[in-house]
Design a protein around this ligand. Structure first.
Ligand code: A3P
Length: 327
């Protein structure tokens, strides 16, 4: 367990434009406070490039999330559903998810671009499945445009589990590049203050929640916990939202179950390919196995002290108060 932390004032009002995160996140990228969210410095550049250079297609589907909320899994499910005609687990055609990590099948727009890869995204055939960790207020207006038909599937997760998953992720990431971890109490304070990549998580979730309430046909709002509880129901919901609903015949053939199994934690985490290095760009190399840890609800109980759990619960209650959203 982490040691008990002192409760300190929310420092958000005292934010500096940049904070130095010594060897902290993603190979020394500084975090930058951009429009109320903390983004790795290189991502800010890409957000601006996307705003001018990215043209959505009406058939585009975007997977959106705050990091560590189940992005990898959701990418797998959406990819499997959307491409089931070409790649069916009921045939002998080798499925891409057996040789590629879901992040390789569904590229991140703002992470991989580095200002030079828009041509790759443009060369993808329709319907494209793309992703981002960006909040709605940061998306190119062309995506947010009331007349654009493209759709967004967002997944969120209970905050204490997001913290726990993030803590393990960044700790392992840093150890894998030979850095001693400066996480623990510092990281807890950073997380509470929103000073983690794409934080604060509460504002991130709230922005998507409101969008999904206002535009239910455009934004599908999911929770990791409901995916764990009934992945079959969620897969069907995702397919319907993307405009490729499963037919009764497909269901009767067992296709939904097969796709759920294909994307299941045990299956994906045991694929040899998912244990190698995933190169995000020339600076960032992440072991694919890092995206699969335990895949459980409530693992926070093995890491957080009661005081930390209470603090996160209080922040969550306060932030979501009156929004109609509760955890
Ligand atoms: P834990 O660290 O709690 O195990 P992201 O994909 O947004 O980075 O989120 C990673 C979290 O999703 C990790 O949570 C990981 O184990 C979990 N995860 C990855 N694939 C999964 C799957 N197929 N089923 C359930 N959880 C999965």
């Amino acid at each position: 367990k982490l040691s008990k932390v002192s409760v300190e004032e929310d420092e958000r009002n005292k934010r500096q434009a940049f904070i130095d995160t010594p060897n902290f996140f993603l190979h020394n990228h500084k975090l930058c406070n951009y429009k109320g969210f903390w983004l790795p410095e290189n991502v800010v550049t890409n957000v601006e490039l996307l705003r001018d250079g990215f043209t959505p297609r009406p058939t585009d589907v975007f997977i959106a999330s705050h990091p560590k909320c189940g992005t990898t899994w959701l990418k797998g499910l959406a990819f499997a559903a959307l491409n089931r005609t070409n790649y069916s687990p009921l045939t002998s055609t080798p499925h891409p998810l057996l040789t590629l990590n879901p992040h390789e099948c569904v590229p991140f727009l703002e992470v991989t671009l580095q200002g030079m890869n828009l041509s790759y995204v443009e060369s993808m055939s329709s319907p494209r499945l793309l992703s981002f960790h960006l909040p709605p207020s940061m998306l190119p207006t062309s995506i947010n445009d009331a007349f654009s038909n493209c759709r967004i599937i967002y997944v969120c997760r209970e905050t204490k589990d997001v913290f726990t998953s993030s803590w393990h992720f960044y700790q392992t990431l840093m150890e894998s590049v030979g850095m001693k971890s400066p996480l623990s109490d510092d990281f807890f304070e950073s997380f509470c203050g929103g000073r983690v990549p794409y934080g604060p998580i509460w504002e991130h979730v709230l922005e998507y929640w409101r969008e999904s309430q206002q535009k239910p046909g455009k934004v599908l709002f999911l929770r990791y916990e409901e995916m764990i509880e009934d992945p079959r129901r969620i897969l069907k919901m995702i397919a319907q939202f993307m405009g490729c609903e499963f037919s009764k015949e497909e269901e009767n053939m067992g296709l939904v179950d097969k796709l759920v199994e294909l994307c299941g934690f045990n299956r994906l985490s045991n694929i040899e390919e998912n244990k190698n290095e995933l190169i995000i760009n020339e600076n960032i190399k992440i072991k694919k196995s890092l995206y699969f840890r335990k895949g459980l609800v409530g693992d926070w109980a093995n890491l957080l002290t009661p005081e930390m759990a209470q603090r996160l619960d209080e922040i969550t209650r306060e932030k979501f108060n009156g929004s109609g959203l509760n955890f």
